[in-house]
Design a protein around this ligand. Structure first.
Ligand SMILES: NC(=O)C1=CN([C@@H]2O[C@H](COP(=O)(O)OP(=O)(O)OC[C@H]3O[C@@H](n4cnc5c(N)ncnc54)[C@H](O)[C@@H]3O)[C@@H](O)[C@H]2O)C=CC1
Ligand SMILES: O=C(O)/C=C/C=C(\O)C(=O)O
Length: 480
């Protein structure tokens, strides 16, 4: 049994109440470990450690903080195989995906912010003749980073790295569904000699430890990625407390596919955008709008690819589609299939749990699912499903495509597939999402603003946006 501990003040510690939660391997459906069900007392210990560490950490020369971040990145790279395997067991994602995407990106997050903090400069504003303003950007203090289960170490470190680079001390909580690689990050901090208390990692539920982190008076900012409902709850909780809040929430991302696209490459890329990580990425395309002249051909090409993508044991190197993260989540995704049927949708492929044999016979597997024939206001076209389920619809004009894309409460990411750059630019300008990819998907430059509009969140991560979030700006006006 793999028993995880909290990482507080540089040491692994059991939870104060000695309560634990089961950790389940999605590919087998079996409990394989336990994690702390932490509460207020553990948050208090972590905050005390972080406050104690803060003065020295924020006073370090930028280069020294950057050296620690670089050392963490190098240690993640050194342990890539071990971390990728842990991520695949914990989350159900294919080990090849964890090895090629999740873990390298976790290392890149630290490398990127080790460098970005040295490029983060303050402004000055001269006033006519006799005064100058300069802006100090100072660490916020002790900050909270709360992350979800879909890209565990990738998103955990996407928050922690800029927070540390900016000179804050961190209380971080991974999802209770995928705690393992976050727990291993503590070992990496010990190995590189990160000063005690600078990063504290607490495990447990959102209701217990997550809320306690958010509510703690000494935690001055919260960076959260997860479901929109949870984001709304946190926003409500924090509104009267005047804390800085960054919310990276769900998406219902449209893909606009035009007849003049590069057909084969678009099929490949849109398929990946729809089903990568079992469709469990907030950026995944979930509503495909296909221009009528290529609708049937594109549909058949997608179905053929879905047929070829059979879910399999995520620990096999050849596996390209792993397990859904939990039984509860699998049931949630399946409930949308039932809803689609009730709304007159046609299930073109998938829609049922897949039973594997051997070690994975009790695992949570679902075939890539494609549905057509639903109205745009159907739940499958409006609600975030967060699984391997997409809907497809034909359209006739650019304006119709735009209207369909914008008919959503969400506003995270859109993809546009066309060789007409004028059209692509017009749509990009008018689509209500924080991110638009033209003829590509998830092509990431970590300097760019990352985040969504409307129900997809508040604020932006990445590059200078993250550095700004994790600092307070203070204007100093000097009269001379
Ligand atoms: N990146 C994304 O866009 C994600 C979206 N989701 C969506 O959310 C739905 C629900 O998934 P969940 O696992 O329940 O996500 P969630 O939003 O409940 O969990 C995300 C993180 O927030 C924590 N948390 C939960 N409630 C909290 C609270 N009140 N205060 C502070 N922290 C809290 C969790 O422990 C976890 O670490 C999914 O079906 C999916 O639609 C889920 C995960 C990631
Ligand atoms: O920063 C990225 O490249 C991806 C981020 C993905 C999410 O925030 C998500 O799936 O929740």
């Amino acid at each position: 049994m793999d028993i995880i501990a909290n990482f507080i003040d540089g040491q692994y510690q059991a939870p104060h109440q000695q309560q634990y939660l089961d950790n389940i391997e999605p590919a087998t459906g079996k409990v394989y470990g336990q994690i702390p069900d932490s509460g207020d007392e553990d948050v208090e210990l972590a905050v005390t450690a972080a406050k104690k560490a803060l003065p020295a950490w924020r006073a370090l020369p930028l280069e020294t903080r950057a050296d620690y971040l670089t050392a963490i990145a190098q240690e993640i790279e050194r342990r890539i195989e071990e971390l990728a395997l842990a991520e695949a067991i914990d989350n159900g994602k294919p080990v090849s995906l964890a090895r090629s995407v999740d873990i390298p990106r976790a290392a890149s997050n630290f490398k990127f912010f080790a460098h970005a903090c040295s490029q983060f400069a303050s402004e000055s504003h001269a006033m006519a003749g006799n005064a100058i303003n300069y802006t100090l950007r100072q660490p916020v203090g002790v900050v909270g980073c709360i992350s979800p289960w879909n890209l565990p170490l990738y998103l955990f470190t996407w928050k922690i790295a800029p927070a540390l680079a900016a000179g804050n001390c961190v209380i971080a909580k991974p999802s209770e569904i995928t705690p393992k690689t976050a727990a291993m990050l503590g070992e990496i901090c010990q190995k590189v000699g990160l000063p005690r208390g600078v990063l504290n990692i607490l495990h447990g539920t959102g209701a217990n430890v997550g809320q306690a982190i958010c509510q703690h008076e000494e935690v001055k900012a919260i960076s959260f990625t997860g479901g929109t409902t949870t984001g709304a709850d946190i926003a409500q909780l924090l509104a009267p407390k005047f804390k800085k809040l960054s919310l990276e929430l769900g998406g219902k991302n449209p893909a606009l596919i035009f007849a003049d696209c590069d057909f084969d490459s678009t099929v490949d890329q849109v398929f990946r955008a729809s089903f990568a990580n079992q469709g469990q990425i907030c950026l995944c395309a979930s509503r495909l709008y296909i221009e009528r002249p290529i609708y049937e051909k594109f549909k058949q090409a997608l179905i053929a690819k879905a047929q070829a993508l059979q879910p399999n044991d995520p620990l096999l190197d050849t596996s390209e589609m792993g397990a859904i993260v939990s039984s509860t989540h699998l049931q949630k995704v399946l409930s949308y299939v039932e809803d689609a049927k009730a709304q007159g949708g046609k299930i073109l492929i998938g829609g049922e749990q897949v039973k594997l044999s051997g070690r994975c016979q009790e695992g949570y597997f679902l075939q890539a699912t494609i549905i057509e024939g639903l109205a745009n206001n159907a739940r499958c076209n409006q609600e975030e499903i967060f699984g391997p389920l997409i809907t497809i619809q034909p359209f006739d004009t650019d304006q119709e495509a735009l209207a369909l894309a914008n008919d959503s409460d969400y506003g995270l990411a859109a993809t546009i597939w066309t060789n007409n750059l004028g059209r692509a630019h017009f749509l990009a300008e008018n689509i209500n999402t924080g991110i638009v990819w033209i003829n590509c998907w998830l092509l990431r430059d970590l300097r760019t603003p990352f985040g969504g509009m409307n129900h997809s969140g508040l604020g932006r991560e990445g590059g200078d946006e993250a550095m700004r979030f994790f600092t307070e700006s203070k204007n100093v006006c000097v009269k001379y």
